[in-house]
Write a new protein. Sequence first.
Length: 453
Amino acid sequence: MSKFRPHTYLQTRALPLLAFVLVAPLYSCSATPDAAAGGTDAATKGAPNANTAGNAVATGKPGTPGTSANGTGTANANGTVGTPAVNEGAAASGSIGGGKYKWEKPASVKGIYMTAWTAGGTKKLEKLMSLLDKTELNSVVIDVRDSGEMYWKMGIPLADQSGATQVAVTNPEKLFRRLEKHKVWPIARVAIFRDNFVPKKFPDRAVRFADGRVWRDRAGNSWLDPYNKENWEYIAQTIDFAMDIGFPEIQLDYVRFPSEGKMSTMSFPARKKYPNPKATPAQVIADFCDYVGKRVHARGGVYTADIFGIISSSTTKDQGIGQSLELIVKPFDVVCPMVYPSHYAKGEYGIADPNASPYAIITKSLGDYKRRVPEAKVRPWLQDFFGYGAKEVQAQIKAARDLGYDEYLMWNAQNNFTSGAYAREGASSAKGSAGKAAPAAPATNATQSDKKA
């Protein structure tokens, strides 16, 4: 079983402010004209009224789920919707954002992480847009919600009451129009159960100690109780909002139980009221993912999730976090395992130093996905940090491609990516509808030792 390195994780995914060849299907998506309080303050990845029915009420308790701002596609009170009519490769019906944006989904998503602060800023955004224009990169993963922070003015009462609203993007339509013009596919990153705001105001919704105190992990983060269906609806409202504003793809992160702490000390207040109080963490996470997925699919959205890369090496346990590989891949169109070489302990998979052997460790870790869930569409998160340069980044991309996984996402918490690591636009004459070049083969090959210089 793989050994998770929590100190490494905290330096990569746990920092709140620091995640071409064929004709692509056309997604007709949009933000509603009033998405920003009269069309002027679209500062929040959506409209303040994006959830006019089914929002949390003044007490911070969610009301009965209802229709979203555009009145289409949301789930009913028990979270059920019709059979998803649109899946990952199909054209959206226009219920996402009302048809305002014409998103062109790349034949193969090749993306980078962008904080909401970068997306709402100028200098770093300019740099990343230039990188997107000049290379094979064609997609961006943008924070909607991180460790409870809501980076867009969503108008969700619970977020406002708990102090979670921290507007980073003051003109969402301007951002989306720019991405649309440059044929960049936007993906909404929504972190799920880690939350440092709601538990302070409403401790009954948090994971707690047996004595009633709010439980915190080693880094001091609090977590929402995954058994609490009110928490599910709060997250669902956030996801509804992201689709209302126009995001065609929803990507869940932290869709799990806490792991960075003494798990035996955790208490889940809502467990006794859960439909099946004996449900395992893996079953609860699967139920939640199915609940949200029905809402996303009913509106024609693409539904993806970030998962621990290490879960592929365990065939009998979910490592206590509720991510059981064969179970968690089912609701999603694409799963995005975080297989950063720096996350593996020395000696893992028989590799002396995984971080110094990017091709080898990616081959081994993604090889498990290929073997265990061969039908799943996999888009790995790869590493562009910890001193990695073009050689190491390309080695990871090549390892994934050699296994048949052509899509990838690159993580750098500060959004400082290695520009020379990605194939240049024009490197190949084969163009997709999004105008991105087919990827050039990295210089690294399978026979290299993959040791850093």
